[in-house]
Write a new protein. Structure first.
Length: 187
């Protein structure tokens, strides 16, 4: 296996390089989704597959919803709309793939349960600074981070020991038409 660093809007591969392209929990963070769609289309061979998956962060990702609700309740400087990530709603991935030139698009809902040994196991992930929630947590002063921890714990029902959180992800696949068509960025 070869690992290559790059960004979705400028994939470092020649045209028609792959039978499939996958984006797992990334599309939320892409700066120019239209350009990323054009790049997916460019690097996939005719007849190839694109598959994407993102969290439904607006309503059905309990961990992030409670985190951002807690952050907003204790900090007036919490980024507006931080908890609402693009492409998490029903039909949004479908529309993106079709607008990017893929056909035979299907979308499905994936329900997930994550079980934690205790609250500290969950909280430790935020302290790593990964993703918008982790970056927000890591950037806080110690006293603000402690207040966020307390409020987040409270909003989760103050779990004593093992607990489970529900989440929903959206997944979609599409196929590039077999006959090559021009690859141009969407407007």
């Amino acid at each position: 296996m070869r690992v290559v660093q790059g960004d979705a809007e400028n994939l470092p591969f020649p045209p028609d390089s792959f039978d499939a392209v996958f984006s797992q929990l990334v599309l939320h963070f892409v700066g120019d989704p239209a350009k990323a769609g054009a790049e997916f289309r460019r690097v996939v061979r005719p007849g190839g597959l694109a598959a994407v998956c993102v969290w439904d962060s607006a309503h059905e990702m309990e961990m992030l919803r409670h985190f951002w609700d807690a952050a907003s309740s204790i900090d007036d400087h919490t980024p507006a709309g931080a908890q609402l990530l693009r492409f998490g709603g029903p039909g949004e991935l479908w529309q993106w793939l079709e607008a990017s030139g893929f056909s035979e698009v299907t979308e499905r809902r994936l329900d997930v349960n994550s079980t934690y040994a205790d609250f500290d196991e969950l909280w430790s992930g935020f302290l790593l600074g990964i993703g918008p929630a982790g970056a927000h947590c890591a950037a806080l002063a110690d006293d603000a981070r402690a207040a966020l921890r307390r409020e987040f714990f409270r909003r989760l029902g103050s779990p004593a020991g093992r607990f489970t959180l529900r989440a929903c992800a959206r997944s979609a696949t599409g196929r590039l038409p077999s006959s090559p068509q021009p690859c141009a960025p969407m407007e």
